[in-house]
Each structure stands twice: as structure tokens, then as C-alpha cells.
Design a protein around this ligand. Structure first.
Ligand code: B12
Length: 305
């Protein structure tokens, strides 16, 4: 989560600075914080909200009618419906090339300056999908091809994990949100997908229990009994042999019969038919995750009102 100045907000939303100021003054829809020197500072959510308002206008709505609906109701609608745009999902190729060029030999200072600089100027959701996940993929591939040392790979992986956790830890814990448990099953050590999923669910208002990599499913079941999750999300990156896949499914069955379970990641996609027969939903990408969370949040809201 970062604060952005108005000129960047204008660039990121396609709205002019004048319009953004008028909407603040006249309708009070987005109220930025002020820095020590009185500059307006907008959060990632403010930017998402301005984009949402612009989409509503593009669909023929008027700003006056939106203002009457009120900020709370609009924010709720935004959280439930707005999907990331295609350009917010495509990897930031030039930046990734530059970052990778800092790794062999390792130029730590340049790498971190470039990464921090790039992540700070776009909403964090977008940074996760355009920079952090693709960078993990590139660096992992370089190691797998023997073109990067495991030490440098570990260094980058840790930087990425720290970034995700530090932003996630700044989010307020929504203790009344739907309880979502996230983990990787036993034998799965590729963790960044699960971490990204945890961040995205926390940012949308879920109450997260993040259990990380390599979790035996018997322990997962015991844990579910104690917290009664509204949704269990598992991340599987590696492809399983047939025998391992059947074992995984056998262990998942008793869990999936009692709580909603969904799986994502390359390994889950490869097992789609098997998993769906076993009542485990497969989410093919982060857009599918977004839709699944939207329906979870709206069901949860209805149950509480
Ligand atoms: C990065 C990487 C590593 C890093 C892992 C760092 C870490 N701690 O996470 C390092 C270099 C350490 C590594 C190690 C190994 N790796 Co590796 N690794 C990769 C690589 C390059 C990328 C995997 C990754 O992290 N992808 C990023 C995730 C986020 O992508 P994803 O799973 O597709 O998920 C996407 C979506 O589906 C979604 N998603 C993910 N989870 C979920 C969950 C839900 C619920 C939802 C909705 C969405 C979702 O998020 C992502 C969005 O883009 C792949 C090759 C490749 N190109 O994919 C090999 C790969 C996965 N690794 C492989 C192997 C074998 C290993 C090792 C076992 C090698 C060894 N001999 O030691 C070790 C074991 C892991 C370990 N002990 O850490 C093999 C797996 C083979 C197989 N059977 O499938 C692969 C495919 C490489 C290969 N071609 O052989 N690896």
C-alpha cells in the first residue's frame, strides 16, 4: 500500500487533476490525506475507487447520481464487482529485464532501488501481478536453467516475500470478514502463489489464516475443525504423478465434504478433472479468484444483514 500524488493518480486513472479535485470538493467522494507539506496523497484503494467511478460514468451514469448513492455503498459495489484490467495483469517486461540484469553479478543496491521505485508508483495489486509474480517466475526459471545461483534466487525470493508480507501486515484485520484459510499441500514448496492469493484476499476484506507451504492435509483438517473456514484456498505449483494426485485427492475428500475448498496454480490446473470430481473447485487464474472472493463476500454480507 502506497500513497500517490495527484499527477500520478491522474495518469493511472485517466481522469484530469481538475476533475479529481472537483469530485473531492463538490461531492466528497474521494478524500485524500494531506502530506506534511499539504500535498494530496491518495491510497491504492482511492485509485481503484476513482477508476471504478470512471467506469460507471463510461457506462452512462452521472456523477451526481453516484454521489447520492454515497461513498460506502459505492465502495462496497466496487469491492464486489471490479475486475483487474488486462493491462494491470500483463508483466512489466522492460522492468523485469532491467531487474534481472542486476542479478549476475548481484548489484543489490540497484536491484532494490529499481524494484522499490517501480512498486511504489503503481497500486500494489497491480505490482503483485505485473512485477512480483513474473519476477519470481523469471528468477526461478534462471535457477532451473543453471543460469543463476541458488543464493541469488533465495535472496530475490525473500525480497519478494517480505514485500508481500509487509504490505499485507499493514492491512487492517477484518475480524468480521469471511474466514479464508490459505496453504500449500504437503510436498509443495513453491510459495509465492499462495502468498499473493493471501494478500489479494486480505485486501478485499477477508479474514486470512495463512499457513504457508508444505502443510500435511491431516493437520489442515484439524485446523479447519478449530476455525471453521468459509473457504479453503490451496496452491499447487508442481505437477503431481497420478499416484500422488490420487493420494492428494483421498486426503482432501473429508475436508472438501465439510468446507468449501478451491485450488489454484499450475499443478491444480493439470488435475482439474480429478479435483472437480472430488468436489474441489479449480480456480484457473487470479481473475477467477477475484470472482470467487466477490461471491464469498457478497454471501457473507447477506448473511450478516
Ligand atoms: C520459482 C520456481 C522455483 C523457486 C521457488 C521459490 C519459492 N520458495 O517459492 C526455486 C528456485 C527455489 C524452485 C525450487 C524447486 N523447484 Co521450481 N520452479 C519455479 C518456477 C520457475 C516458477 C514457479 C512459481 O513460483 N510460479 C509462480 C506461481 C505464482 O505461478 P503458478 O503456480 O502458475 O500460479 C499462478 C496462478 O495459478 C496463481 N495461483 C497460484 N496458486 C494459486 C492458488 C489459488 C487458490 C488461486 C486462485 C491462484 C493461484 O498465481 C499465479 C499467478 O500468476 C517453475 C517453472 C515455471 N516456469 O513455472 C519451477 C518448477 C515449478 N519447479 C520445479 C521443481 C521440480 C523444483 C524443485 C523440486 C527442484 C529441485 N530438484 O530441487 C525445487 C523444490 C522447491 C523448493 N524446495 O523450494 C518444477 C516442477 C515440476 C513438476 N513436477 O511440475 C518446475 C515446473 C520447473 C520445471 N520445468 O521442471 N523452484
Amino acid at each position: 500500500m502506497h500513497n500517490h500524488r495527484i499527477h500520478r493518480v491522474a495518469k493511472l486513472t485517466g481522469l484530469s487533476k481538475a476533475v479529481i479535485r472537483v469530485w473531492e470538493r463538490r461531492y466528497g467522494l474521494v478524500k485524500p490525506l494531506r502530506s506534511a507539506n499539504r500535498y494530496r496523497e491518495y491510497t491504492d484503494e482511492d485509485i481503484a475507487f476513482l477508476r471504478f467511478l470512471k467506469e460507471e460514468l463510461d457506462r452512462g451514469q452521472t456523477i451526481g447520481v453516484l454521489a447520492l448513492e454515497g461513498q460506502n455503498s459505492l465502495l462496497e459495489r466496487m469491492r464486489l464487482t471490479s475486475l483487474p484490467k488486462k493491462e494491470e495483469l500483463t508483466p512489466h517486461k522492460n522492468l523485469l529485464d532491467e531487474l534481472v540484469s542486476c542479478l549476475d553479478p548481484l548489484d543489490k543496491l540497484r536491484f532494490e532501488q529499481k524494484l522499490n521505485g517501480a512498486v511504489a508508483v503503481i497500486p500494489f495489486d497491480e505490482a503483485v501481478q505485473r512485477i512480483l509474480l513474473p519476477l519470481q517466475l523469471r528468477v526461478g526459471e534462471l535457477w532451473h536453467e543453471d543460469r543463476l545461483s541458488i543464493a541469488v534466487e533465495h535472496y530475490v525470493t525473500k525480497v519478494l516475500q517480505q514485500k508481500l508480507f509487509s504490505v499485507m501486515n499493514q492491512l487492517p484485520v477484518n475480524e468480521f470478514g469471511p474466514r479464508v484459510l490459505i496453504a500449500c499441500p504437503e510436498g509443495e514448496f513453491h510459495e509465492l502463489g499462495a502468498q499473493a492469493v493471501a494478500y489479494l484476499a486480505a485486501a478485499r476484506g477477508c479474514h486470512i489464516y495463512y499457513l504457508g507451504s508444505n502443510l500435511p492435509l491431516t493437520d489442515l483438517q484439524t485446523f479447519c475443525e478449530s476455525i471453521t473456514p468459509d473457504l479453503v484456498l490451496l496452491s499447487l505449483t508442481e505437477n503431481k504423478s497420478d499416484e500422488m494426485a490420487h493420494r492428494l485427492l483421498r486426503q482432501l475428500q473429508p475436508i472438501a465434504l465439510r468446507w468449501p475448498v478451491a485450488m489454484g496454480g499450475q499443478g491444480a490446473e493439470a488435475l482439474e478433472h480429478l479435483l472437480e470430481r472430488g468436489k474441489v473447485e479449480v480456480l484457473r487464474d487470479l481473475a477467477a479468484l477475484h470472482n470467487r472472493l466477490a461471491s464469498l463476500l457478497s454471501m457473507h454480507q447477506r448473511a450478516f444483514h
